[in-house]
Design a protein around this ligand. Structure first.
Ligand code: ADP
Ligand code: MG
Length: 240
């Protein structure tokens, strides 16, 4: 499980996470919503150790992420992250993009890495794109490749940061379908999204962030149907 306790994070004088508490159990899907600058992305980058924290503690399966003794490279193989902007290697094929980390980080042989990559690419609907270069893929296909690339590491957890926000509207659905499939398979995940109906559909719990504070968290029907915090109400009335 992912256990976040009283996490504080500042950039210089700006405190962007002001004591976040959140526990995500195995198999749970937690969606984070909230306005721009509320700290959503920062939370995800702290969870997989891309950013140091200034207080509190994040523990993943008993390993404290920010402890000096923690091997962050090893930890990151357990926690996949996919961002809004595609970050494929343009000079590598889809297959090469997906096999890169299993080979370099996990030390897997080519045949094994390719078998896993092919399975994951098939899973996200890209079985026919193995030898294609990323520039020849649509934005939706690129994001699905990014998801396959993360899954090829067999992570226990997945973090998704607005993975559909940069896509043309007609490409959003195919990526949301992929996320929904993972959720239904029982993947433990934390998703930041602006897709409210999707969040309501797939989440076990939805957290609303406001100015570095988790103002409210609850089941989707409660949070969307009867939000308690005035800021949640204000936010939802703007996005709907
Ligand atoms: P969100 O994802 O909710 O839009 P972020 O977590 O990206 O919010 O950002 C929260 C705040 O932290 C914002 O004010 C943002 O400008 C600031 N911030 C984010 N990353 C950095 C950084 N690397 N350096 C300085 N300030 C940052
Ligand atoms: Mg963000």
């Amino acid at each position: 499980m992912i256990d976040i306790q009283n996490v504080r994070k500042s950039f210089g004088d700006l405190e962007v996470l002001k004591g976040i508490d959140l526990t995500v159990e195995r198999g749970e899907v937690v969606t984070v919503i909230g306005g721009s600058g509320s700290g959503k992305s920062t939370l995800l980058t702290c969870i997989n150790g891309l950013e140091p924290i200034n207080g509190g503690k994040i523990t993943i399966d008993g390993t404290e992420v920010h402890a000096r003794s923690t091997d962050l490279n090893k930890l990151r193989t357990k926690v996949g992250i996919v961002f809004q902007q595609f970050n494929a290697f343009p000079h590598l094929t889809v297959m090469e993009n997906v096999t890169l980390a299993p080979r370099k980080v996990l030390g897997m042989g080519r045949a094994e890495a390719e078998a896993i990559a092919e399975k994951q690419l098939r899973h996200v609907g890209l079985a026919d794109k193995l030898s294609t270069y990323p520039s020849r893929l649509s934005g939706g296909q690129q994001q699905r490749m990014a998801i396959a690339r993360a899954l090829a590491m067999s992570p226990g957890y997945m973090l998704f940061d607005e993975v559909t926000s940069a896509l043309d509207p007609q490409l959003v659905g195919e990526v949301l379908e992929t996320l929904k499939m993972l959720a239904e398979e029982g993947m433990t995940m934390i998703l930041v999204t602006h897709e409210m109906s999707f969040a309501r559909d797939v989440s076990d719990r939805v957290a609303f962030f406001h100015k570095g504070v988790m103002a409210e968290i609850g089941a989707p029907d409660q949070l969307f149907g009867a939000p308690r915090h005035p800021e949640t109400q204000a936010f939802l009335s703007k996005v709907r």
